[in-house]
Write a protein that binds this ligand. Structure first.
Ligand code: CA
Length: 222
């Protein structure tokens, strides 16, 4: 397992290298956004720990470029800038988790392990597997049987499926599932998700609530 640490503060960068090497990871340190971007283009990593305040390219730019190339590498943002805006922006750009500085090393380790487990479980949408969302016909099929979904449930599963394994914000689901004429609220999204979840009961996938963010479509935990 190989981790890229993108961090320009030498004391934090070194501490992370020591900590994760001590756990048996190979760790590369990039001290600028440009170095991180170059490393991510040239080499393959199992996880990225990304500071936002980096010289040359900032963490958001590094993340945006990375997600332009690959959706699958898990990214944890590590930042002293923990405003809601920057958290939401990070998640929108495809980060998987956000840890505030100053951070607790044991907590960061636990989050890294959780993300690596999740990545192993859901490298990509389970396609073709027992469950499949056909983006052409817009039908959700489980073991050959189409699951009957309303138009709104279909719109939601479409977004969630494209982001399989990644949280999707409630307001994005609202925008995607309801036209402007409909007087819909976040509450309508919650009701729709509740129905959708019940329809997924017999399948190996489920919609999990991500507190403060929205929902993630993922493999059911056994
Ligand atoms: Ca920094």
């Amino acid at each position: 397992m190989r981790i890229l640490v993108a961090e320009d503060d030498p004391s934090i960068g070194e501490a992370l290298c020591v900590a994760f090497r001590g756990q048996g990871f190979a760790v590369d340190l990039a001290e600028s956004g440009r170095d991180a971007d170059a490393a991510l283009q040239d080499q393959s990593f199992d996880l990225v720990i990304l500071d936002l305040g980096l010289p040359a390219l900032d963490g958001f730019q590094v993340l945006q470029r990375l997600r332009g190339r690959s959706r699958s590498v898990p990214v944890i943002i590590l930042s002293a800038n923990s405003t809601l805006d920057s958290r939401v922006k990070g998640l929108d750009l495809g980060a998987d988790d956000f840890v505030c500085k100053p951070f607790n090393l044991a907590e960061l380790r636990a989050r890294v392990q959780a993300l690596l487990r999740r990545a192993a479980d859901s490298l990509d949408p389970p396609d073709p597997g027992p469950v499949h969302f056909d983006t052409r016909t817009r039908r959700l099929v489980c073991q050959g049987q189409a699951i009957a979904l309303s138009a709104r449930e279909t719109a939601m599963i479409e977004v969630l499926w494209k982001q399989f394994g990644r949280p999707v914000r409630k307001d994005l689901l609202l925008d995607h599932s309801y036209d402007f004429a409909a007087d819909a609220s976040i509450n309508a999204v919650e009701v729709c998700i509740h129905r959708l979840r019940r329809k997924l009961d017999a399948t190996p996938i489920t919609v999990r609530t991500v507190p403060g963010v929205g929902y993630v479509l993922e493999h059911r935990l056994h």
